[in-house]
Structures are given as structure tokens and as C-alpha cells.
Design a protein around this ligand. Sequence first.
Ligand code: NDP
Length: 460
Amino acid sequence: MTQMLLTHDPRTGTAVAHHACTDATQIDQICQRARQAFFQHWRTLPAARRSEALLSVARHLREQLEAFAAAEAADTGKSLATARGEVAGAAGLWEYAAALARVEHTETLGSATGSGLALTLREPMGVVGLIVPWNYPLITTAERMPFALAAGCCVILKPSELAVGSLALLVAHLQQNPLFPADVVQVVYGVGKEAGQALTRHPAVDMIAFVGSTATGRAIETAAASCGKRVTAELGGNNQVLVYPDANLAVAADGVIAGALRNGGQACIAGTHVLVDPAVADEFVSQLQQALQRRFPASSSDAVPEGLQPMITLAHKQRIQSLVQAGLAQGGVALPGSRLDGPGHFLGPVLIDHVAPDSALREQELFGPVITICRVAASQFNAIVADNQYGLAVYVWTAASSTALQAVRQLRVGRIWVNADPEFWLPELPVGGFADSGVGREGGIRALDTYSLPKAAIIY
Ligand code: NDP
């Protein structure tokens, strides 16, 4: 009997849709067909035709923005406004990939060979298994799929079992779009340990592009390495926010609230852990509370503050609550206005002050609407960041360009925002992490290198 996935709206707990799981035999056939589509069609298609196909997807996303936004919001609990912004962001990534499809970074050596010619070509990796999480299905897919396609790869997508709807719409479009030959893009549905693992191990899959937790990413890296597959993995983060004494504290407070609580804090780049110099800590905490009040105006009749996003599952909510309770038991102080519980999947926002630098609360990725505040001298900020096992993102708030420059040069993290919140990002910039936050890079001007290898030739 076919197994079914049933997705739920985290706002209400009501069922959204059923999706039939792809069984092991079907996954095998999908992988074989992808390999054929790669060799017979997509690999050799002129770059301009691939570019045109990618642009048509961007157009479709913009034309059908409401349908994609509604599907993404229903599975994830995002507001429609947020989901609309993400669909537009995803379209921008498809457009950028379409432009890159026509740019080839190759070399020609005329004189090194004497009378011959030496040159390099870019050879696409082949079939890419793309495994994405539930928190940003369309964006994490758009950061990878169009670039893999632009490079000449075929893609098999595995959405999270918790958020399937917007990606099912995307794949349905790709499979009907006449500019994409059959089987260039396919999808497998199912739980990670079955459908995801089958893709990771299948011999017809040449590369895995993964976004998700560090534990799963590490397991995938190990499995893929044992059969020689390339892996890119963008993993968890535990991101610090450095508030220097010279920062504009009111602006920083608004930026911290926006950067930490976006998507209900369920974002790998959420700036959860604030380090603030004691000289300005009291003033900054007061500004933070005011900023929170502006973002989520309290009203005694509100069971849930307007604009707050629910946790994806009850189990996820309970995990965050128990981490918060442990942090409070270790001396953290919940600031007034914090909501340690809420109806259904809702929780927060929570501000916890006086968290010690070595508190367990600061060591794990919280992935929820929680901000911790640790009062510590600015001279120690960079050392504390360096101690972190993750290396995904850091936020720096300072008026001094020398402090900003020093942070940008010293910190080993994939992305640094100085005096800005994560609303500001560009497809032109690469994404990825250091240490436990992942391997490889996606996006940016060299994005196609991730999905291709140079091939060298000497011609006489
Ligand atoms: P998981 O690692 O649990 O899942 C991510 C994806 O991997 C899902 O599609 C999941 O499928 C699949 N999966 C699970 N187990 C396996 C397996 N053994 N083999 C192959 N695939 C598998 O992460 P979450 O869904 O919980 O997402 C949250 C995590 O993702 C956080 O740690 C967050 O930081 C990280 N993340 C990182 C981002 C980044 O850009 N750095 C962006 C977004 C999230 P299924 O869900 O069906 O089990």
C-alpha cells in the first residue's frame, strides 16, 4: 500500500494536503531516468537555451506568486506577506542563475604548449540530489536548483516531509514546462531516513546538495564520501550578535529583533545570541524591550501577538521550552513581556538576560523566537565567536569602521552583517558555513563551479 505524507498548518493544526510517498523502486527508476536525461538532453543543450528555460521559471513564480505564497504559508505557518516576499526572492535567484548560465569560467593557454593549444572546459557534475528543510522550502531550493540546472546538471528534489506544497507546485510547473526535457527535474516524497537516504546512496546520483541540521548533514557527508559523491551542505548555525558600546543602540535593537525573530526564529541565520558590552547593556536591553513592543504590540486580549509565527511542530516547541527552562535554571532572567508558552504551536517571543558566556543555552541552536543576552566586555567578542562550534553568521553593530573591518577580517563565518539585519542579502553573494555550519558554497558569481568540474585538454 502506498504510504502517504500528511502536512499540517502549524497555525491551526489542520491538515493541509496528502502526498504519496515515492517508494524504493520508484526512486531507483527516477535516478536512472535522471541519468539518461542528463546524457541525452540537458548536458549538451546550448547554454542560452538553459538560460531561457530558467528565466521562464522565474516568470512563472512571479505570475503565480499568490499560489506559491499560499502553499508555502499553509505548510510553514508564515504570514502571507512573508511568504510573498520569499517567492519574489526565489524568482530573483532563478533570474540570476539564468544570467550565470551564459557565463563560462574557462581558460585557454596559447603559448604554454608551443604549437598546440591547452584549454579547460566545465563539465557538469551530473545528477544532483537536492535535500531541503521545512523552514524555507522555496528559497533553499532556489539557492541551489537553478544553479545546478544552469551548470547542466539534472536535479532530483527531496522536500521535507513537513513542507511539501510550494515545492510540489514548482516541480509540477517544471515538468509541464516545454523548455525542460522530461526527467531533467524530478521529485521524491517521503521521510528523510527513507527517501533522503535512498538518494544519498544511489549510484546514479553524482552529488548531494543538502540544507538542514548538522547531525543529518554529517551523516550524509559520511555516506556520500564512502561512494565518492560531492557534497555541499549548509547546516545549522548558532549566531552571535555583537553590540559594541559605540553602536546606535535604538537602530541595533530594531535590527536584532528583526534578525532574531524572523520566521519565528526558525532560521539558520537567526541572530539569537547577543553579546553586549556592560557599559551600554542596561540601555541596550531597554531599547530591545521597546523594539520588541513595537514589533509585537502587547494587548491583553491577544492570545498570540500579531505577526508571530508558530513553531513547525509541537515537539519542536517543547524542545525550545525545555532549553529555555534549563537556561533560566542556570541563572538567565526572562525579561518582562516574555511568553514562555502560548496556544497550540505558538511560543514567545522570549528575551533572556544575564546569560553566562558558557551557559548551555548559548551552546545549542535554539531555532525559535528566543533572544539571549550576555553582558561581556567588547574586547572578548571575537574570541567568544571563535570558540563557537558553528560558523554560519554574525551580526556586528558598531559606529567604527575599524571595528567592523576587524570583525569582517577575523571571524570565520560564512556571512557577516554590519549594521544591517538579514533582510539585506543578494543573489550575487555566496552562502555557506565554516566548521559545523557546513561545507561548500552556493550562489554568488562562482555558483556554477559548485555544480561542475574543470576538464583540461591539450590539442596539437
Ligand atoms: P533535518 O536535517 O532534520 O532535515 C533536513 C532535510 O533532510 C529534510 O528534507 C529531511 O527530510 C532530510 N533528512 C532527514 N534525515 C535524512 C537522512 N538520514 N538522509 C537524507 N535526508 C534526510 O533538518 P530540519 O528539517 O530539522 O531543519 C532544521 C535544520 O536545518 C536546522 O538545524 C537549521 O539550522 C538547518 N537549516 C540550515 C540552513 C542553512 O542555510 N544553513 C537553512 C535552513 C535550515 P524529512 O524532513 O522528511 O525528515
